[in-house]
Design a protein around this ligand. Sequence first.
Ligand code: SF4
Length: 85
Amino acid sequence: MDGRKEDAKNLTRRELLAGGLRWLAAGALVAAGATMTGKNLLRRGDRQAETCINEFICRDCSAVSGCRLPQAMSYRQNTRGAERD
Ligand code: SF4
């Protein structure tokens, strides 16, 4: 009879542990998702904060070396080989 009570207690502990682990895993997933979303929002905010100062004529722009706009990145990529020649 005491053995049954002990089994019931152990089962309850196991269930409690399993439930705790499930909640821990769920919390970890939520935290990871929130972190990734936060990073994406920050990145998007950076991109939106940067505006072109030279009508997207990167060739004549003084900011081309540090500009993070896609046009500048494309310009740098396309002229990388030409600068060495
Ligand atoms: S380097 Fe950047 S700021 Fe300058 S023209 Fe190109 S996109 Fe605009």
